[in-house]
Design a protein around this ligand. Structure first.
Ligand SMILES: Cc1cc2nc3c(=O)[nH]c(=O)nc-3n(C[C@H](O)[C@H](O)[C@H](O)COP(=O)(O)O)c2cc1C
Length: 177
């Protein structure tokens, strides 16, 4: 099987997830390409059996280029196995996961794909009080900081909410369908 993993990211979180997904698919014996969606103009996706497309979420949205990738390649993707994933804050807590699944995965698939994806992955985010990513990031981080403090969690430390075993299992599953 030949696989392509494409991702859109703003702060690098979805990029690291995509790297791990690509690594696992490759480890399972498949030819695998990994691409930052910003680095491709008119990709020829027709040679792939599996296309994994993912994005980080900001203000409820995929990156515009990751979304455009789905739209531009809609017809070709209709003939392939497609899996979608997102990295978002909504994945970090049980109570917000259903909304994240619906808004960032199910709705995006329904709107932009001809066929339902073979899998969707709702993966967590990273809280990093030291990161320097501009005003919006700072503002969001300050809200999260307050929330962590309310819950009695140490807000001075970085928290990685990505479940790497879950991500690896998900990627392995894509090679076995
Ligand atoms: C400005 C900003 C807005 C965000 N908006 C949302 C959101 O609407 N829903 C959500 O679940 N997570 C939201 N998040 C959390 C991000 O989805 C999360 O940090 C994700 O891992 C970012 O992926 P990226 O680093 O690949 O861009 C937001 C984060 C920031 C900094």
């Amino acid at each position: 099987m030949k696989a392509l993993v494409v991702y859109g990211t703003r702060y690098g979180t979805a990029a690291e997830i995509a790297e791990e997904i690509a690594r696992v698919i490759k480890e399972e014996g498949n030819e695998t390409d990994l691409l930052d969606v910003r680095s491709i103009k008119d990709p020829d996706v027709s040679s792939y059996d599996l296309v994994v497309v993912g994005s980080g979420i900001k203000m409820g949205k995929w990156t515009s280029k990751a979304l455009k990738f789905l739209q531009k390649n809609k017809e070709t993707l209709a003939t392939q196995k497609v899996a979608l994933f997102v990295s978002c804050g909504a994945a970090n807590e049980e109570k917000s996961r259903p909304e994240g699944q619906e808004k960032y995965l199910d709705a995006v698939a329904a709107k932009n794909l001809v066929n339902p994806p073979v899998a969707t992955g709702l993966f967590g985010s990273v809280y990093d009080p030291e990161a320097k990513h501009g005003l919006m990031y700072k503002l969001t981080t300050s809200f999260i900081k307050k929330d962590l403090e309310k819950k009695g969690i140490d807000s001075s430390k970085r928290h990685d909410y990505r479940d790497w075993d879950e991500i690896r299992d998900w990627a392995r599953g894509l090679t076995r369908d």
